[in-house]
Design a protein around this ligand. Structure first.
Ligand code: 48F
Length: 258
């Protein structure tokens, strides 16, 4: 068989646009394919709801890959180990209550968990704005990351979603849009983004279950973004909180979707 480049081009173009058309109306749109966003996506998708993650970068995984200071291992505590088990990520107990996982295995298996549950991951797409109707976030505004990087003057397009999840890590960029463009008050002490505090793993990990919440109707915040928005500390290369936060947001959203 001789290979025809035009068939390859048509195969890619037609199947990509089929996927895109199929995901214009979602139950849940998630910003960022970091550990928190991917955990949230899997637990919602496996219940049969339509979920897509939009990731700015070429690769999924956010801050997982580099572990701590480029030593590509991550640590999770007892309470989060079950979530790694759910994704099939192997762990080794290092000390009582502390488990070590390989960063590469974790990043890839979290993504596989999302896809196998029926979720979709779009890479190279940035969420640059939100849709807000009748006092509720109702969708996201997307554009190619390459357009953002090249600073081209090209209008974005939209995806409708019953819920949006800000899993953008330290940037908390979706919540920033809500403050900057919509001038709304978030469900935080001051109503603004409090800003993350200096590293304190114990407090940061524990507080994350409180900071993971619906900050305005229709918009949840998970992972490092949740602590950044509510003024919690960063926690460094312990990742249990990210997983538990993603799971907690999934449970809260599932309650409302049902
Ligand atoms: O930063 P990230 O891994 O967020 P996370 O899930 O996990 C935090 C940890 O990695 C680490 C930590 C653990 O103790 O503190 O930092 O909270 O993943 C966030 C993802 O969101 C993408 C970004 O490229 C990254 O992959 N992202 C950020 N802004 C946007 C975005 C945006 N506007 N649109 C789409 N993706």
């Amino acid at each position: 068989m001789s290979i025809d480049e035009i068939i390859i081009t048509k195969a890619i173009t037609e199947s990509y646009f089929k996927d895109l058309l199929d995901n214009l109306e979602l139950d849940v749109a998630i910003a960022g394919a970091g550990p928190a966003g991917m955990t949230c996506a899997k637990y919602i998708a496996e219940k049969g709801f339509k979920v897509a993650i939009f990731e700015r970068r070429l690769s999924i995984g956010g801050g997982i890959w580099g572990g701590g200071m480029m030593f590509n291992k991550i640590v999770v505590q007892d309470s989060a180990k079950k979530i790694l088990n759910d994704f099939g990520v192997k762990t080794t107990q290092y000390a009582k209550g502390y488990y070590v996982a390989d960063s590469i295995e974790m990043a890839t298996k979290l993504a596989i968990g999302v896809l196998d549950a029926g979720g979709k991951i779009f890479n190279l797409i940035s969420i640059e704005d939100v849709m807000y109707r009748e006092k509720r976030i109702t969708g996201i505004v997307i554009n190619w990351s390459a357009i953002e990087i090249a600073k081209l003057h090209i209008d974005p397009m939209t995806i409708r979603a019953k819920f949006v999840v800000d899993g953008t890590g330290h940037d908390s960029s979706i919540c920033r849009v809500v403050i900057d463009k919509l001038k709304l008050k978030l469900n935080t002490d001051s109503g603004a983004i409090e800003g993350e505090k200096s590293m304190w793993a114990d407090v940061g990990e524990n507080i994350l279950l409180d900071t993971t919440k619906e900050v305005i109707p229709g918009l949840f915040v998970v992972g490092m973004a949740a602590n950044a928005v509510s003024g919690g500390p960063r926690m460094g290369p312990i990742f249990g909180g990210m997983l538990l936060s993603g799971k907690k947001a999934a449970d809260l959203i599932l309650e409302q979707l049902k």
